[in-house]
Design a protein around this ligand. Structure first.
Ligand code: C5P
Length: 222
């Protein structure tokens, strides 16, 4: 139950992708799960860096918080925070961002019933952390899926070369983005290539954060 002497980087919250000076594309992440994990890591003695998208949450005690807005900013700040012993990618990063940000407010055009936005892919922060030369010893990602949770989570372990995936069981009562409670299915790759699985919750996110860090600590070489 100690992370003393280790450095833990956590990303949390949504990202906002600006369209023009007053509008953005975002998502409904509250940041609560990631903030709870950062708080728990700091309580366990880790030097903890929390890279937070736009959220309305107080900074947990003992945590160094860096606020960002877009996926591109989060990518830059997270990679800059390496090397670390553990990375927890709990942010709900936007997958797409507008190709161009309009410098003035986008106006309705009389007679035009539609507006076409062209979006481009954002960098995959989790995958880039996992393949960085300064790769943390444990890289933990999240997955929010509505169907085939186990299959997608296992696929993500390989595709992103992460050590653990915590899958949110979206749609389950008492779990999800804005709730204080959550339920997680956690998957990890064992040394022999098989996949371990543990179900956590439903429980308050604060309790889940500690249970998740117990699993992370098991993955850290003594
Ligand atoms: O592929 P998918 O978006 O479902 O994977 C979710 C995981 O990947 C989360 O841990 C999320 O923080 C991370 N992610 C990321 N950068 C992105 C998209 C997702 O780090 N551009």
């Amino acid at each position: 139950m100690s992370l003393a002497g280790l450095r833990v980087v956590v990303s949390a919250g949504p990202t906002y992708e600006d369209l023009d000076p007053v509008r953005f594309l975002g998502n409904r992440s509250s940041g609560k799960m990631g903030f709870a994990i950062a708080a728990a890591a700091a309580r366990r003695g880790a030097e903890t860096v929390l890279v937070a998208g736009p959220v309305h949450l107080p900074t947990p005690e003992g945590v160094a918080r860096i606020d960002v807005r877009s996926a591109a900013q989060m990518h830059a700040v997270v990679l800059d925070a390496l090397p670390a012993d553990v990375y927890v990618g709990a942010a709900a990063v936007a997958d797409f961002t507008p190709e161009n940000i309009a410098t003035s407010k986008i106006k309705k055009i009389p007679g035009e019933a539609a507006l076409v936005l062209r979006l481009v892919r954002t960098p995959d922060i989790l995958a880039d952390v996992a393949r960085d030369a300064r790769r943390p010893r444990v890289v933990l990602g999240f997955a929010a899926e509505t169907d085939d949770v186990a299959a997608y989570a296992r696929g993500k372990l390989d595709a992103k070369r992460v050590d653990m995936i915590a899958a949110n069981r979206v749609g389950q009562a008492g779990s999800g983005f804005e709730s204080d409670d959550n339920a997680l299915s956690v998957y990890w790759r064992r040394d022999d290539g098989t996949v371990g699985e543990r179900t956590l919750g439903p429980a308050p996110k604060v309790a889940l954060a500690d249970a998740l860090l117990d699993l992370v600590e098991e993955r850290l070489p003594a």
